[in-house]
Ligand binder design. Structure first.
Ligand code: ZN
Length: 298
C-alpha cells in the first residue's frame, strides 16, 4: 500500500510555499508563489495542488501554517480566517474556506510560528526534548510554542513579538510597532526597526556595528520573558534577521546574564549552546510546520 500524501501550505506575508509530501524527507512536489491578492494567490495554490495530485495521487489531508492574526477557534464563524492583518488585502480572508471548496479532506490550521515550533519539535532542533519555543525575527517578530504534539492556543494565539521590553538609555529610536511604538520587541528589534534606525537593512551592517549590541539586548530581554513564562526546553530563533549567525553567542550570554542564575537548568547554566539555536530545519521550518499540521489532521 502506498503512503498517504499530505498537502502543506506555508502562507507567508511575502510568499506562499506549497508542497505535496509523504513525509519531511519525501517532498513530491513543491512551489513558491508570491503573496498577491487572496483570489490570485489562492487560485494559484489550488491549481498547483490539483496538478500535483494528478501526478502523484490524491491528498489524504492538508495543513496550513499561516501568517496572522488568524482565527483558530473551531466554533467561531470565522474559524480558518486570516483576520485583522496589517496586510490590508488579506483582512478577513477565509483561507481555509477557499481551500475546502476544492479539497474535501481533513485540514489542520495554525500560525506559521506554531507550525514551525511543532516541526522543530518533531524533526528538528528540539526532537530530543518535548517542548519548543520558536521565534522568528524578520519583517515582524512572532513566536510559537509546541509541547508534545500540541501548540499553544487560547484567547487568540501567542503574539510574542509584542512583549514589552525596556529601551536602552542610549537608544532614542521611536520604534516601529503601530500599536506599541518603542515599547515592544517588534517595535525595537524587527527587521524594519533595524532598517529604519540605521538607514540600511540589517544584513548590510557589519558584525561589529553597535546595532547588534542593541539587538542582542532587546532579543535577550524578550527571550527571558518568554523563557520564564513558558519554560521551553529548546529555543529556536529563525527569520531573516537571525541569519546573522554572529548574534547567537552574545545572545546566549545576555540571556544568562539577565536570568542572573535564577533558573537552575543545566541547559542555561552551561553555555546554553544547545538551548538557544537556529532552526535545524532551516528555511524549511515553516513548510514542514504546515506538513506536521496536515499529517496530524489526517
Ligand atoms: Zn507591539
Amino acid at each position: 500500500m502506498s503512503s498517504p500524501i499530505y498537502g502543506a501550505i506555508e502562507a507567508g506575508g511575502t510568499k506562499f510555499v506549497v508542497a505535496l509530501a509523504t513525509g519531511p524527507n519525501e517532498i513530491l512536489a513543491r512551489t513558491t508563489l508570491p503573496t498577491a491578492t487572496p483570489p490570485e494567490t489562492l487560485a494559484a495554490v489550488v491549481a498547483f495542488l490539483n496538478q500535483a495530485e494528478d501526478k502523484h495521487g490524491k491528498l489524504s489531508s492538508l495543513g496550513v501554517a499561516s501568517f496572522g492574526p488568524i482565527d483558530l477557534h473551531l466554533e467561531s464563524p470565522t474559524y480558518g480566517y486570516i483576520t485583522s492583518t496589517p496586510k490590508a488585502a488579506w483582512t478577513q480572508t477565509n483561507i481555509l474556506g477557499v481551500l475546502k471548496e476544492s479539497f474535501s479532506v481533513p485540514m489542520g490550521f495554525d500560525t506559521d510560528v506554531n507550525g514551525a515550533a511543532l516541526a522543530e519539535c518533531r524533526w528538528g532542533a528540539a526532537q530530543s526534548v518535548d517542548s519548543c519555543l520558536y521565534i522568528t525575527v524578520g519583517t515582524g517578530i512572532g513566536g510559537g510554542f509546541a509541547c508534545g504534539s500540541r501548540t499553544l492556543q487560547g484567547l487568540v494565539h501567542p503574539e510574542m513579538g509584542h512583549v514589552r521590553i525596556q529601551q536602552l538609555p542610549q537608544d532614542e529610536f521611536p520604534g516601529v510597532c503601530p500599536f506599541h511604538q518603542n515599547a515592544c520587541v517588534e517595535g525595537l528589534a524587527s527587521g524594519p526597526a533595524l532598517e529604519k534606525r540605521w538607514g540600511c537593512p540589517g544584513h548590510e551592517l557589519p558584525p561589529e556595528h553597535e546595532a547588534w549590541t542593541l539587538q542582542v539586548d532587546y532579543l535577550a530581554q524578550a527571550l527571558v520573558n518568554m523563557i520564564v513564562v513558558l519554560s521551553p526546553e529548546c529555543v529556536v530563533l529563525g527569520g531573516g534577521v537571525m541569519k546573522q549567525s554572529h548574534l547567537f553567542p552574545p545572545l546566549r550570554i545576555r540571556v544568562q546574564e539577565l536570568l542572573n542564575g535564577y533558573l537552575e537548568a543545566p541547559q542555561i547554566l552551561e553555555e546554553n549552546q544547545d538551548y538557544i539555536v537556529p532552526p535545524l530545519l532551516g528555511d524549511n521550518a515553516g513548510l514542514l510546520g504546515a506538513l506536521t499540521l496536515g499529517m496530524d489532521a489526517g
